[in-house]
Design a protein around this ligand. Structure first.
Ligand SMILES: [Zn+2]
Length: 210
C-alpha cells in the first residue's frame, strides 16, 4: 500500500504513521526526519534547510523532490510506503505523478488550529538528553527541569508560537489544497484527530481496511 498522510504540523501524523508502519510492515518516509539527519550532520543541505524551517517556511521543491525520489527507490519501499510530510504542495503532488509514483490512499488528519497551538506551544525538550515534555499533558516533576538528568528544558525553535502560527498559515495556503486535488482522484479520506490517540488509530485503521 502506498499512502500519503496529510495534516497540519502537530496534528499527530508521526504517531499515526508509526502505527500504520507496524500494522502493514511498510516504512515511513518522513521528509522531516531525513532533513533533521542532514541538519545533525551539519551538511550544506542541512544548514540551508535549517534556516528555512526555523522561519516556518516550506523547503523548495528542488531540495525535497530529489531526496524523496532517491528514498522511494530504496529496496524497503518495494511493497509500499507511508509518506509523512510530502507532498506539501500541489507542485510536489504533480512531481509524484510525473515520476509515475502512484498513490493508493491519502489520509488527512484534521485537528483545529486552536488545539494545535495548544499542543505545540506547550512542548518542552531537555537540552541535554532530548527527552520531551508538555507543560500541560506531560509536565516534568519540577518546573522546567528534566526528570531524568536535571537539566533545563527549552522550547525548540519550531515550537515557538510565532513559528507555529506561520506554519499553520503555510499549511492552510499551500498544503490544504492537496485535499481537493486528491478528492478529485477519489482517494482522499478524512480522519478527525481525537483527544485520545487510540481513537484516532482506530479511525485510521478503518480507512485502511475499507
Ligand atoms: Zn534530560
Amino acid at each position: 500500500m502506498r499512502l500519503i498522510l496529510l495534516g497540519a504540523p502537530g496534528a499527530g501524523k508521526g504517531t499515526q504513521a508509526a502505527n500504520i508502519s507496524e500494522k502493514l510492515g511498510i516504512p515511513v518516509i518522513s521528509t522531516g526526519n531525513i532533513i533533521r539527519r542532514e541538519i545533525d550532520k551539519g551538511s550544506a543541505l542541512g544548514e540551508a534547510a535549517k534556516r528555512i524551517i526555523n522561519e516556518g517556511n516550506l523547503l523548495p521543491d528542488s531540495l525535497v523532490n530529489d531526496m524523496v525520489r532517491a528514498r522511494l527507490n530504496e529496496q524497503d519501499c518495494a511493497n509500499g510506503f507511508i509518506l509523512d510530510g510530502f507532498p506539501r504542495k500541489i507542485s510536489q503532488a504533480k512531481f509524484l505523478e510525473e515520476e509515475n509514483i502512484s498513490i493508493d490512499k491519502v489520509i488527512s488528519i484534521e485537528v483545529s488550529d486552536e488545539d494545535i497551538l495548544d499542543r505545540m506551544t506547550g512542548r518542552r525538550v531537555c537540552r541535554s538528553c532530548g527527552k520531551s515534555y508538555h507543560i500541560e499533558y506531560n509536565a516534568p516533576k519540577a518546573e522546567n527541569i528534566c526528570d531524568d538528568c536535571g537539566c533545563e528544558l527549552s522550547i525548540r525553535p519550531d515550537d515557538k508560537i510565532e513559528t507555529v502560527k506561520n506554519r499553520l498559515e503555510v499549511y492552510h495556503n499551500e498544503t490544504e489544497p492537496l485535499k481537493d486535488y486528491y478528492v478529485k482522484k477519489g482517494i482522499l479520506s478524512i480522519v478527525f484527530g481525537c483527544e485520545k490517540v487510540e481513537d484516532t488509530v482506530k479511525a485510521v485503521n478503518k480507512v485502511l481496511e475499507a
